[in-house]
Design a protein around this ligand. Structure first.
Ligand code: OTU
Length: 562
């Protein structure tokens, strides 16, 4: 414990440079908190910790899948969604999935669960705390790991701290950041410009404004409430906030969660005159959260959700003392650029620059929009235009800009159902390295659903176009030969099984020149085998020139592995 105190002291001193006495008191408080949660960890989980290899999440076997518990079992009665999920573990076993990210499932008042009301209670529409723990332990028994969101940047304005602050409680008021004018800070971008512009939310009882990066009831410039909830950012300059959130994290960790997805992590620290994104203090906070987690749940890991410039993204790994995994947000638009515009060079550049010690979740879609803002403007514009079809919707449209920062749509709809392109996208995701990630419905060719537009609360948030129920009917059609679902599902299932037969595919790729700008060439190697891969990302046949392979010609979208 003394060692822990020595580790925490300098980190706290960095964030809260006050008197030595204060830091001493805070570090005692920290150690006490850790102690408490260590004592609460169940014997079953302690045994599981022991049996789990240190780098389990880097295994070539790991294939991840994101789902909403309610949308995955739409027919199950309210309150039994988690139980229904437990009864479908065979679905994941069949497809080859062994890591499931269940999107927010705590009591919440909006943003599809990301406005959390209560960090210790499962949303009663989905099930009970007990049902979640039963699901987790059954998954563990079957070799499936569970990821959950840790929404640490903000709370819903119905969460206890926020409610107390709204009532001017002197302890909780400084859990948030306040303004008397609501005037925007110059360098801070709008994250949801479409329906929650600015970064302050008007709080009527106090006649003041509170900092809010995402959903707001009443954004600056509006005279009426736009929504019946808001997401208030936490003020980490107050150590009570940090300790409160560590307590929430460790409570969840003691439920047996394996991966914590750190939602909206770049926004944790605000400072006037900056963009308030990925400030150095964010990384100090992460080190503290990491120290907390590893002290209680030694095999649980963090996943950074930071849609940032590549150099900034890399900072989230720290010196091995921050997150263990990050979404490869830089690669994501490059994958789309490759399969829709035949441009492969950027994939090669970014992956060559991806350091060996990092680990990634490789995704082409998630429950959010497809963000193209990191691409060069002309190509982003062209791709956007080609994607705004089949009900795909703009997201993050900033006034005065000619095209949106992102697009909401399912993979099927974005690619207009072209199985050749999706197959290539999946082949790339499964072979480029690290851990491939799939979003619910991707495997069944699910199309956009415009029903959200009839819902008065959701209609402005186009991301709901891709949050589609996977009905029994839809899932069952995967057994009917000739159906779209059969075709898509079995294509993915076969590819996952191919990936699992070749453990070397988890490694970072070694690229070679193909003499053709539309064809990506790379090798993978371990002690057992060497694989050479050529991927033609264009819709025309292409000839390459590779010394070891000669001058083979590849069909449009052909993926060749030897
Ligand atoms: C995340 O996304 C979640 O994935 C969203 O579903 C939530 O609405 C949001 O946080 C608030 O909790 O802007 O459009 O760099 O890209 O945090 C998605 C990180 C988002 C941001 C990300 C955010």
């Amino acid at each position: 414990m003394e060692e822990l105190q020595n580790q925490i002291r300098p980190l706290l001193a960095k964030l809260y440079p006050e008197s030595d006495n204060r830091i001493e008191a805070l570090s005692h408080q920290f150690v006490h908190l850790i102690d408490e949660h260590q004592a609460k960890r169940s014997e079953a989980l302690k045994a599981f910790d022991k049996d789990t290899p240190a780098n389990w999440f880097k295994s070539s076997e790991t294939i991840a899948y994101i789902l909403y518990a309610d949308l995955f079992s739409p027919e199950a009665p309210q309150g039994q969604k988690l139980e229904a999920l437990r009864k479908q573990i065979h679905y994941f076993n069949d497809l080859g999935i062994n890591l499931i990210h269940i999107l927010p499932l705590l009591k919440s008042s909006g943003d599809a669960g990301f406005a959390v009301d209560d960090y210790e209670t499962v949303d009663e529409k989905l099930g009970t705390n007990q049902a979640l723990q039963t699901l987790i332990s059954e998954c563990h028994q079957q070799g499936i790991h569970i990821a959950l969101d840790f929404v640490l940047n903000h709370v819903s304005d119905k969460q206890t701290w926020a409610v107390a602050a709204k009532h001017n409680d002197p302890h909780y008021y400084p859990f948030f950041m306040w303004s008397h004018s609501g005037e925007p800070w110059e360098k801070v971008p709008d994250i949801f410009p479409d329906f929650a512009p600015g970064h302050w939310d008007y709080v009527e009882p106090l006649d003041q404004w509170v900092w809010s990066t995402f959903y707001k009831r009443r954004p600056f410039g509006y005279t009426t409430d736009q929504f019946d909830f808001a997401q208030w950012d936490l003020n980490y300059q107050n150590p009570d906030v940090l300790f409160g959130m560590i307590n929430n994290l460790l409570t969840l960790a003691n439920w047996g969660i394996d991966v914590f997805r750190l939602d909206a992590v770049p926004f944790l620290w605000k400072q006037p005159g900056t963009s308030c994104i990925s400030l150095p203090q964010v990384h100090t906070l992460l080190k503290i959260f990491r120290l907390s987690l590893q002290s209680v749940a030694p095999k649980a890991v963090f996943l950074a959700e930071a849609n940032e410039q590549f150099e900034k993204l890399l900072e989230y790994f720290g010196q091995g003392d921050q997150v263990q995994i990050a979404y490869h947000f830089t690669l994501m638009p490059y994958l789309w650029q490759a399969v829709t515009a035949g441009k492969v060079k950027d994939i090669q550049t970014v992956l060559t620059n991806t350091p060996d010690h990092t680990h990634w979740w490789i995704l082409s879609e998630s429950h959010d929009e497809l963000s193209l803002e990191m691409l060069d403007k002309p190509i982003a514009k062209t791709l956007t235009e080609s994607f705004l079809n089949n009900g795909c919707q703009p997201f993050r449209q900033i006034k005065g800009e000619s095209f949106p920062r992102g697009i909401s749509g399912t993979t099927f709809s974005l690619l207009q159902g072209d199985l050749r392109k999706i197959k290539l996208l999946w082949q790339l995701k499964l072979s480029l390295g690290w851990t491939p990630l799939f979003y619910m419905g991707e495997e069944l060719g699910v199309e956009n659903d415009l029903n959200y537009q009839k819902d008065p609360i959701r209609c402005q948030d186009s991301r709901f176009v891709k949050r589609v129920p996977l009905t029994e009917d839809r899932k069952n059609r995967r057994h009917q030969k000739g159906s779209k679902e059969y075709q898509w599902y079995h294509t993915l299932k076969d590819l996952i099984s191919w990936r699992k037969q070749h453990p070397c595919l988890v490694k970072k790729p070694d690229f070679f020149e193909t003499g053709n700008s539309a064809v990506l060439g790379f090798t993978k190697q371990d002690a057992q085998e060497q694989i050479i891969i050529l991927a033609n990302c264009s819709d025309l046949s292409q000839t390459v020139n590779v010394p070891t392979l000669g001058t083979p010609t590849l069909e449009a979208f052909e993926f060749l592995s030897r």
